[in-house]
Design a protein around this ligand. Structure first.
Ligand code: NCD
Length: 311
């Protein structure tokens, strides 16, 4: 795809070449993300970070990425602090913010909100999570981490565990991985299975996937274990959520018994699904995954705002 001035709303927009380009630039920008070098690649550019839903990592890593590339950041945090609360349409808000900023990263509780917003946006828009739908920049961070830790993506078996229905990161991750030669194992309670839209896409692309409730077996068969939080905020009732919370808990004993070499990822925040005793294992990569997000978001901001001479 042509990155300059594009909106990135879905992981489905990115083909293998696009993904590899983003990862390649992320590697180049890593010394800046790791504070070893300073940069003013995006000097005088302004990022608007619009977060209408809670966030720690995603917002701060976008802001860090922009700041460390020499750019500036303006932000809105929370629906209550925005004119959307007064009933302004998404597309009007987009038009207004496009006149202030050069690029927008946005999170919103409604699936589809980003598409509506993009109609009014005249500067590039990055989806930082739209409800239960997608979270493409997190998924790019996830595969960047897999490639860094394992040296490859092709040939791997990757298990995704937990709330596959409401977890937007696993939707985007599945779309990205469908561009590679991988095997996927989806581990969830039947009520929280991967949505049909995602599995239909995988079938169409000829990606092997298995659906199971058995975590132990998945750990034995996989190279990568991607854990997720049960998405409490998406359930209609607290009781319904409580039925699922704690259904998959990763312990050190389980990893040692089933597969000591497995790489363990989690988009975070975790809420009980990975016990802290796991943090010391060599394969526990979720805090390294957090660090990687800055370089990946730098690469995206650079590609969307750069001079187009990126090859
Ligand atoms: C995820 C999200 O917001 O979808 N977090 C993140 O961006 N790192 C996962 C989650 O909230 O469970």
């Amino acid at each position: 795809m042509e990155f300059q001035n594009a909106h990135i709303l879905s992981a489905q927009q990115l083909n293998t070449e696009d993904i590899e380009k983003i990862l390649r630039i992320a590697v180049e920008l890593e010394p800046i993300a790791q504070k070893k070098l300073t940069s003013d690649l995006l000097r005088n550019k302004v990022l608007a970070a619009l977060f209408y839903e809670p966030s720690t990592r995603t917002r701060l890593s976008f802001e860090t990425a922009m700041n460390r590339l020499g750019g500036r950041v303006i932000s809105v945090v929370g629906m209550d602090n925005s004119s959307l609360k007064k009933g302004e349409t998404l597309s009007d808000t987009a038009r207004v913010i496009s006149s202030y900023a050069d690029v927008i990263a946005m999170r919103h509780p409604d699936a589809g909100s980003l598409t509506e917003f993009s109609r009014g946006a005249s500067v590039p828009l990055l989806n930082a999570g739209d409800g239960v739908n997608e979270h493409p920049t997190q998924a790019l961070t996830d595969i960047f981490t897999i490639e860094k830790e394992q040296g490859r993506i092709n040939g791997l078996t990757i298990a995704m565990v937990g709330d596959l229905k409401y977890g937007r990161t696993v939707h985007s991750l599945s779309y990205l991985l469908s561009r590679f030669s991988v095997k996927l194992i989806f581990v969830s309670p039947p009520e929280l299975k991967m949505p049909d839209t995602v599995t239909a896409h995988l079938r169409e692309k000829g990606v092997y996937f298995d659906e199971t409730q058995n975590l132990e077996e998945a750990i034995r068969k996989s190279d990568v274990l991607y854990m997720t939080r049960i998405q409490k905020e998406r359930f209609a009732t607290e009781a319904e959520y409580r039925r699922h919370h704690g259904v998959y808990v990763l312990t050190k004993g389980l990893i040692e018994r089933c597969n000591q070499h497995i790489l363990i990822l989690h988009p975070l925040p975790r809420y009980g699904e990975i016990s802290s005793e796991i943090d010391e294992l060599a394969g526990a990569a979720y805090f390294r995954q957090v660090e990687n997000a800055v370089a990946v978001r730098m690469a995206l901001l650079y590609l969307l705002l750069g001079d187009g001479d990126n090859d």
